[in-house]
Design a protein around this ligand. Structure first.
Ligand code: SAM
Length: 321
C-alpha cells in the first residue's frame, strides 16, 4: 500500500535561497562549484536546476535531488520548501516599515522564515504554534535561518486576545492551519497516512467537515484583530470543503461584513498562475473564483495547494478595538 504516488516524479525538489543569510548570486556560485548547472528545466539531468519564474529566490532541482546532508541546507542558507508553499508569504508580503505580521500556525516554520526574509529581518512577526514538540522544531528553524524579527509563542492562536496591547497593531495575518494534507504527494510521511485514502466516504466527509469548521473559526478569529488589513488563508488540501467552501463561508461571516473584508483581486494573488478556484464550490461568490489559487498535484509541478487572500476595505471603521 506504500507505493510512491506517480505524480511525485513530476514535482521538482524546490530549494528556497534564504536571503537572511546570503543571496541568489552567492547561491548560484555555490551550486556551480558543487557540480550543478542551470537550465530552463530542472529535469535536464540529475545535476541541473532552474530558477523559478513565479517566486523570487526559489530554485527547482531534479525530483531525485537530495539536500539533507548539504552544508547550505544544514546551516540554514537553503530552505527545502515546495513552490506552492512559498505562495502564502509572497502574497502577504508585509512592508516591515509600516506593517506588523502574525503567523497563526507556524511550525515547522517554512512560511515564518519566508516572511522574515521578505521583511528583511526588520519590523515584527508574531508566530504562534500550539503543539509543544512542533514549537521546539519551530524555534530551531527560526534560529538556524537567522530570523531576528520573530517573537514565537507556544500558544493556541484562538486563545489570543486581539485587543491585547502586544497584538492590536497586527496588520497582516498568515493562516496555514492543519488540514487533510491531501495535496501532498511527494512526502514519505504522507504515504504512511495513506491508509486514510481507504476510509469510507462518510467517515472522510465527517473528518473534512470538522477540519473545515476549525479552519473557518481560525479565519473568523483573525478577522477580529482591530487593525488587520490582509489575511492569507492557505491549505495543502485538494478538497473544496477545506478551500473554496471555507472561503465562501468566511465572506458570509458577520465579522467579515462588519470589518469590510473581500477577496483580493487576481492581480494581487499570483496573477499569472493558470489554475484558479472551482467556481461552483463558491456559491454566491462563484464569479470570484479566479481570485483564489489552486495548485494541482504533479500537473502544476507542485504539491496540491490552495491560496486565498482577504483584504479589508479600510474605509469601513466598525472594528476600531
Ligand atoms: N505554516 C507551517 C509551515 O509552512 O511550516 C505549516 C503549518 S501546519 C499546516 C499547521 C500547524 O498549525 C501545525 O503545526 C499545528 O500544530 C498548528 N496549529 C493547529 N491549530 C493551531 C492553533 N489553534 N493555534 C496555533 N497553532 C495551531
Amino acid at each position: 500500500a506504500c507505493e510512491p504516488d506517480p505524480r511525485a516524479a513530476q514535482i521538482p525538489r524546490y530549494v528556497r535561497v534564504n536571503t537572511l543569510k546570503w543571496d541568489l548570486e552567492n547561491a548560484l556560485e555555490y551550486l556551480s562549484s558543487n557540480g550543478f548547472s542551470q537550465h530552463t528545466s530542472p529535469f535536464e539531468s540529475k545535476k541541473s536546476f532552474a530558477i523559478d519564474n513565479h517566486v523570487p529566490n526559489l530554485l527547482a532541482f531534479h525530483s531525485t535531488a537530495s539536500f539533507h546532508s548539504d552544508t547550505a541546507y544544514r546551516d540554514g542558507r537553503f530552505i527545502l520548501q515546495d513552490k506552492a508553499s512559498c505562495f502564502p508569504a509572497y502574497v502577504l508580503s508585509p512592508d516591515p516599515s509600516i506593517h506588523i505580521a502574525l503567523d497563526a500556525t507556524s511550525a515547522p516554520g517554512n512560511k515564518t522564515t519566508h516572511l522574515s526574509s521578505l521583511m528583511k529581518n526588520k519590523g515584527k512577526i508574531f508566530a504562534f504554534e500550539r503543539d509543544q514538540a512542533r514549537f521546539s522544531t519551530l524555534q530551531k528553524m527560526l534560529k538556524n535561518a537567522g530570523c531576528k524579527n520573530v517573537d514565537a509563542f507556544n500558544q493556541d492562536f484562538l486563545t489570543t486576545d486581539p485587543r491585547d496591547e502586544r497584538f492590536r497593531g497586527v496588520t497582516h495575518i498568515l493562516l496555514d492551519p492543519s488540514c487533510s494534507g491531501s495535496g501532498i504527494v511527494n512526502r514519505l510521511d504522507y504515504l504512511l497516512t495513506s491508509a486514510e485514502s481507504q476510509e469510507e466516504d462518510k467517515v472522510k466527509e465527517e473528518r473534512l467537515e470538522k477540519l473545515a469548521a476549525f479552519q473557518l473559526l481560525m479565519i473568523k478569529h483573525a478577522m477580529t484583530f482591530p487593525n488587520v488589513q490582509k489575511i492569507v488563508y492557505s491549505t495543502c488540501s485538494i478538497y473544496p470543503t477545506e478551500n473554496e467552501q471555507v472561503v465562501a463561508k468566511a465572506l458570509d461571516l458577520e465579522e467579515a461584513k462588519n470589518a469590510g473584508f473581500s477577496l483580493a483581486p487576481r492581480a494581487e494573488v499570483i496573477e499569472k498562475w493558470e489554475h484558479r478556484g472551482v467556481n461552483k464550490e463558491m456559491g454566491e461568490y462563484k464569479d470570484q473564483a479566479d481570485r483564489v489559487v489552486r495548485c494541482r498535484p504533479g500537473e502544476d509541478k507542485t504539491n496540491g495547494f490552495f491560496v486565498s487572500c482577504f483584504v479589508r476595505n479600510t474605509s469601513v471603521k466598525s472594528n476600531p478595538g
